[in-house]
Write a protein that binds this ligand. Structure first.
Ligand SMILES: Cc1cc2nc3c(=O)[nH]c(=O)nc-3n(C[C@H](O)[C@H](O)[C@H](O)COP(=O)(O)OP(=O)(O)OC[C@H]3O[C@@H](n4cnc5c(N)ncnc54)[C@H](O)[C@@H]3O)c2cc1C
Length: 380
């Protein structure tokens, strides 16, 4: 950290450059907000050796390629992308009412894309003239830069808890995502590693895909319930308690077998490690966002957290942990922020207060984004 850290201001700052953050930043930028994406690199999407379940993206595509294409797209539309780590954050309410920028209140029946909102949340824009307080400015501390924003989208994901080595290579026999990778193991021998309810659950689910499933406790005592134990005993699953002592791979680095401490060798094409998730929820916690018991951030259908102007999307929030869902979360948050921030149409109260919208006031887009969009048009 330098003595005088640089300071950057944006309408929206998105923290986290996985699919959820990229998508939120894309929508925010293209809908006319000065947007920054701040990413420290890594994350779950970067671990994808090949991307499954994303229509239009073929399986030869690696996660890192998907992410770097996303960053290029963002830059083309005028989003500022930083490689940085946000280590802390805070909210501060501006003192002066004059700092208010008059914008409109979002209507729940607003549905320009043909969808209707299904939630009953208070989405009123704090920037309307009816309010006496300005929206909080959110300050984010990076390594050498501080960023302020009216809106923040948290897209920081989680980290899969890894079991102790020896382990197969991630994506080449060690997997974390059943809905992504079970397809690869249809009719192949698989293991599930872990001692939890979810490990037992995933082992039984894998019987939908293959007839050879081992559950590896690696010498740790199971924590699944008696009922789950009964379920396990009534399914053709071998529970192996010996710890893993070695890994055998083929010439391409794909798992072929695991060696066990008792000298046995069992053949596997791959398997899943089920040791839980460490949610990257520190910033959400610092901002005062409500967390669920499992560590996810509580959000409404649009990704709005319990803290005004703070959104959370993707794996950090409840729901399936999948790229298409992260993309959709980002889209919903971006559209919701647009509803909150867009200046037009001016509603009746504001027309009364400010008068008619003058020709020189439109379009309601920052100059830089306007110029970028005009440059981008291919039909000119
Ligand atoms: C091995 C593996 C394979 C998978 N394969 C598939 C698949 O084929 N298809 C599929 O649909 N899903 C797959 N998934 C799931 C998918 O990767 C996730 O659901 C998806 O990446 C979630 O996106 P996200 O943006 O919420 O989180 P992430 O992709 O985890 O991105 C979070 C980002 O936030 C950044 N970050 C965190 N904290 C900070 C901070 N303080 N400051 C700055 N940046 C920060 C991280 O560095 C990271 O870049 C797979 C997951 C794994 C682990």
């Amino acid at each position: 950290m330098t003595d005088n850290p640089a300071h950057e201001e944006f309408d929206v700052v998105v923290i986290g450059g996985g699919p959820a953050g990229l998508s939120a930043a894309l929508y925010c930028t293209r809908l006319g907000n000065q947007t920054a994406l701040i990413n420290r690199g890594g994350g779950r999407a970067a671990m994808m050796q090949d991307v499954h379940n994303v229509i239009g993206i073929t399986e030869e595509t690696a996660g890192k390629e998907l992410l770097s294409t996303g960053v290029e797209q963002l830059r083309e539309y005028g989003c500022t992308v930083y490689r940085d780590v946000i280590s802390s954050c805070s909210t501060e309410t501006p003192e002066s009412e004059s700092e208010l920028a008059p914008t409109e209140t979002r209507s729940e029946s607003d549905s320009e894309d043909g969808t209707n909102s299904t939630t009953d949340i208070d989405t009123s824009n704090p920037n309307t003239l009816d309010n006496t307080t300005a929206p909080p400015q959110i300050t984010l501390s990076g390594t050498e830069t501080t960023y302020t924003a009216d809106y923040v989208v948290l897209a920081t994901g989680f980290t899969d808890v890894r079991p102790d080595p020896p382990l197969p290579r991630t994506g080449r026999g060690l997997h974390y995502c059943l809905h992504c990778d079970a397809y690869m193991f249809i009719d192949e021998p698989v293991y599930v590693m872990g001692t939890s309810e979810s490990a037992a659950h995933v082992a039984t689910i894998m019987l939908n895909f293959t007839d050879t499933v081992d559950l590896l406790t690696r010498g740790d005592p199971p924590t699944w319930s008696d009922d789950t134990d009964t379920v396990l005993k009534n399914h053709p699953i071998d529970i192996i308690h010996e710890d893993v002592s070695g890994v055998q791979n083929d010439a391409d680095g794909w798992l072929t077998a695991l060696e066990f401490e008792d000298g046995t060798i069992r053949e596997y094409t791959g398997g899943f490690a089920m040791y839980g998730a460490d949610y990257n929820n520190g910033l959400a916690n610092e901002l005062g966002c409500e967390l669920n018991d499992d560590g996810t951030v509580a959000v409404d259908d649009h990704g709005q957290t319990s803290v005004e102007n703070v959104y959370a999307v993707g794996d950090l929030t409840p729901g399936h942990n999948q790229v298409p869902i992260a993309l959709a979360d980002g889209a919903k948050a971006g559209i919701s922020i647009h509803w909150q921030r867009r200046p037009f149409p001016r509603d009746l109260d504001l027309l009364d207060e400010l008068g008619p919208v003058r020709a020189e006031e439109v379009p309601g887009l920052p100059d830089e984004l306007l110029e970028r969009a005009i440059e981008f048009h291919t039909y000119d």
